[in-house]
Write a protein that binds this ligand. Structure first.
Ligand code: ATP
Ligand code: MG
Length: 586
């Protein structure tokens, strides 16, 4: 696998191959969901380094989430050994890396820290003189376009951070851009180091990330941007799809490759998704054809429920039916009932996607009650969990110790937890111990993933590692927000809560913002295109929002789907099963 380039490119179709073989100069790969963008990017990098066209040390691949970076690293390592040395990173981690190397230019010591939410709040409370105002400032300052009246507070905040040798997470990229902007020699040095740059999900870059890329990649540089403007869903964080659309102005000699074959979804799912995005698509003449192998092509299942509880039990019963009642298989003779369900499906093949995290409660309750094992992707920051700070305070590392250490991170963590336990706080010792133990459990997976690298462990925590117990390989049904589902795929997908005001989301009293509705439509498109074989869309007549049950109307996005593609489905009857099994499940 390592020598001949044939094997690396064999798994690509002609368009993907053309992209992978374009190894120099700027390249824009514009392609819809499921067309193999991520796969092409990975194979292209592996091809570059195995053919000796680029040294892995000169390659930089940027992704938006840590999870995506990890996945790409794993895929690269599986393709070829040399590719292990390619730098795969998020923008935040790249900023942190550059700042560590040139900390003095930013007025920081070599051991500067990244402020977590608690430190940020404490500082802002001190500066505003009141916790409520501090909280408000913490949210307001991190908006993409903060109120000009906050400029003075921001200045004082930044000064206070520096006095404590800290940077804010939001500054990791801005500060990096500042120090690079100030010194063309430094820019030249990084251009020399990162001669090949690839960016996945380029449609979601924000202005500072864009400026960093412009500094790192000259107009004639080897930069590959890959993405889909119709999947731009991070405007609220300051992302601007305009940067994708102006790639050719920034890199005038750029080549463009379009990928049009979708290997993921059935023709019906794809047709539905294209109808949903069509009214405000950013890609003129979008071409997308189903190229995967699909033995059947069922219609889109549309369900109308009375309220969120009824919707949740619809999901539970449908899952039970799809799996032929296999929620009970572990208890009886396995997949015995051949007359029902999709027998090759398992829980891990199913995802339930929703717009807001608050929708998860009813789903979790109903699925658990029905005996369907689930996992929910959490979005809480690990660094903010109780107990984590106590452990981290004991996990000090000596100056100059950055980078790889001899000891395993997991062992150091245990050691630190023991020290934290011993420090008895001025509070209930039992509660303290419980907090430390649960924090240790939460930190465990991250520590394991960090292959002795304490520096990486700290970096990931500081740049917002989430409490992530979601395991794509576990045989559990996944509950995810639409945002968290980006880039993923599942044989069966439910998109719940397809109602006006929820999808598209609108806050009560807020004015309808057309650009916002377009972004919500793209989010719906992202959700629909996660599905490989079956897609269910549901909505309820009433829903509890902001504490009260309110009548709702179906999402206008549903009206854009050709009824011929859809099948209205009622509540599947609960499958009968022996009473003794039902009891055991409870
Ligand atoms: P998204 O826009 O959702 O991020 P993507 O364009 O990045 O999608 P991938 O996730 O890379 O798409 O690929 C989608 C699916 O299609 C994966 O299961 C992948 O293995 C498969 N696939 C991609 N290219 C091919 C190919 N040439 N032959 C067979 N399967 C392919
Ligand atoms: Mg992708």
């Amino acid at each position: 696998r390592d020598g001949g380039n044939g094997s690396l490119l064999d798994g690509l179709d002609p368009d993907q191959r053309a992209a992978a073989e374009t190894t120099t100069g700027p390249l824009l790969i514009i392609a819809g969901p499921g067309t193999g963008k991520t796969r092409t990017l990975t194979h292209r990098l592996a091809h570059l380094v195995t053919t000796g066209q680029a040294a892995p040390e000169h390659c930089l691949a940027i992704t938006f989430t840590r999870r995506a970076a990890e996945e790409m690293s794993e895929r690269l390592a599986a393709l070829t050994d040399q590719a292990r040395r390619v730098t795969v990173t998020t923008f935040h981690a790249l900023g942190l890396r550059i700042l560590r190397e040139h900390h003095d230019r930013a007025g920081l010591t070599a051991d500067f820290g990244v402020a977590d939410d608690a430190q940020r709040l404490a500082l802002l409370t001190e500066l505003t003189g009141d916790e409520r105002q501090g909280r408000r400032a913490a949210t307001a300052l991190s908006r993409p376009d903060p109120d000009p009246e906050l400029a003075e507070l921001r200045q004082r905040y930044t000064k206070a951070l520096r006095e404590q040798d800290l940077v804010d997470v939001d500054e990791l990229v801005t500060l990096t851009v500042e120090i690079l902007d100030a010194d063309p020699h430094l820019v030249a040095a990084y251009r020399d180091r990162y001669r090949w740059i690839s960016v996945d999900e380029y449609q979601d870059v924000d202005e500072t990330q864009y400026r960093l890329l412009r500094l790192l990649a000259p107009p004639e540089g080897n930069i590959t941007a890959i993405g889909d403007p119709d999947q731009a869903i991070y405007r609220f964080r300051g992302a601007d799809v305009g940067f994708f659309l102006r790639f050719h102005q920034d890199y005038p000699g750029a080549r463009t490759v379009q990928l049009t074959r979708n290997y993921r979804s059935t023709p019906t799912i794809l047709a539905g998704a294209l109808q949903a995005i069509a009214p405000t698509s950013l890609v003129p003449d979008r071409a997308l054809v189903a190229a995967g192998h699909h033995p059947d092509n069922p219609p889109l299942g549309v369900h109308h429920a009375a309220d969120e509880q009824a919707e949740a039990s619809f999901v539970a019963r449908t899952i039970d039916q799809l799996l032929g009642g296999s929620s009970f298989h572990s208890l009886d003779s396995g997949r015995a009932d051949a007359s029902h369900g999709d027998h090759e499906l398992s829980f891990a093949d199913i995802a339930v996607l929703y717009r807001t995290d608050s929708q998860a409660r009813a789903l979790l309750d109903a699925l658990t009650r029905a005996g369907v094992p689930v996992q929910k992707r959490s979005h809480d920051r690990l660094a903010d969990r109780p107990g984590v700070r106590h452990i981290l305070r004991e996990l000090t590392y000596r100056p100059g110790e950055r980078g790889t250490t001899g000891e395993r991170v997991v062992d150091r963590l245990r050691h630190a937890a023991r020290a934290a336990l011993a420090l008895n706080p001025d509070r209930d010792a039992e509660a303290h111990a419980a907090e430390i133990h649960s924090a240790l459990d939460l930190l465990g997976p991250l520590a394991t993933r960090c292959g002795h690298d304490l520096d990486r462990f700290h970096t990931e925590l500081a740049t917002g590692a989430e409490v992530d117990t979601w395991d794509p390989n576990a045989d559990l049904v996944s509950l995810l927000t639409l945002h968290a589902a980006k880039g993923l795929e599942f044989p069966v997908v439910f998109v719940v809560g397809c109602e006006d005001g929820l999808l598209p989301l609108r806050w009560p009293g807020a004015e309808a913002d057309e650009e916002q509705v377009r972004e919500e439509r793209r989010l719906f498109f992202v959700g629909m295109t996660r599905a490989q074989r079956r897609l269910y869309l549901s909505h309820a007549t009433r829903r509890t929002r902001h504490g009260s049950s309110q009548p709702t109307t179906p999402s206008p996005f549903l009206a854009d789907l050709d009824p011929a593609l859809c099948e209205r489905i009622g509540d599947p009857a609960p499958r009968r099963r022996p009473r003794s099994q039902q009891l055991r499940l409870l």
